[in-house]
Design a protein around this ligand. Structure first.
Ligand SMILES: [Zn+2]
Length: 237
């Protein structure tokens, strides 16, 4: 049986900060560790959502593409889904209100968990980025190359992870959420939404399996002491 309490993280968010964007793990490998998750592609090639075992890319033009097993990632988070319903959305909910409500009903600030909101969004705003070419820029300069997308009356899933502040750098401390529409018409890294119809569910992940790209010479030789990891993550994520 698959472990449903483990977050499998490949790479670290910190390695993206100085521009170590090379894809070093195939999706076919990643999917052995989870059927649900988020990530980015080789060269920071779009925003990924893995849903029901199927990996999707929301590319820099906003198109949603199904990915094959040979697609590689520099960073991803996955787990095996076993969500439990938390509540129905009954009044207008935004990302801030969602975070506030979840943290208000659960004492989960010091554990990882995954959260999922399936609903119809009156408004939703996401972003994604085109694949970068070498020499890769750093993450902060990529923040200015993001393309934003917006939708109205879109049904889909907001999903992602909460990581304790202690792990900021390894992951994004706090919430890191992506979106994918049911009809695959849009998606991306979540920026904003408003919904009054949906269901919120969550899954506590009290174990972290952190895998590092030790076969990547560039990563192994990189000196992270000069990178302002926390500052860059705050600015870019
Ligand atoms: Zn993201």
């Amino acid at each position: 049986m698959n472990k449903t309490n483990t977050l499998y993280q490949y790479g670290t968010l910190a390695l993206l900060v100085p521009g170590l964007f090379k894809g070093t793990l195939k999706l076919s490998e990643l999917l052995k560790h989870g059927d649900t998750g988020i990530g980015t592609g080789d060269g920071l090639d779009g925003e990924l959502v893995i849903k029901d075992g199927i990996p999707y890319q929301i590319d820099g033009h906003g198109s949603v593409n199904k990915l094959d097993g040979d697609f590689t990632v520099p960073f991803a988070d996955v787990h095996f889904a076993d969500y439990k319903k938390l509540f129905d959305v009954e009044s207008t909910m935004t990302p801030d209100k969602l975070e506030e409500k979840v943290m208000g009903i659960k004492d989960w600030q010091n554990t990882f968990f995954s959260i999922k909101l399936h609903g119809t969004f009156d408004e939703i705003k996401t972003r994604s980025i085109n694949r970068q070419s070498k020499p890769y820029p750093n993450l902060v300069s990529c923040a200015h190359k993001q393309h934003e997308f917006s939708g109205e009356n879109v049904t889909g899933t907001v999903m992602g992870y909460y990581s304790p502040q202690l792990f900021n750098g390894s992951a994004v401390g706090g919430f890191h959420l992506h979106f994918i529409a049911d009809d695959l018409s849009m998606g991306g890294h979540l920026l904003d939404f408003s919904t009054s119809k949906g269901e919120v569910s969550a899954q506590v992940l009290d174990q972290l399996e952190q895998k590092l790209p030790v076969d990547d010479e560039e990563f192994m030789k990189h000196d992270f002491s000069k990178d302002d990891i926390a500052g860059a993550i705050g600015e870019a994520e």
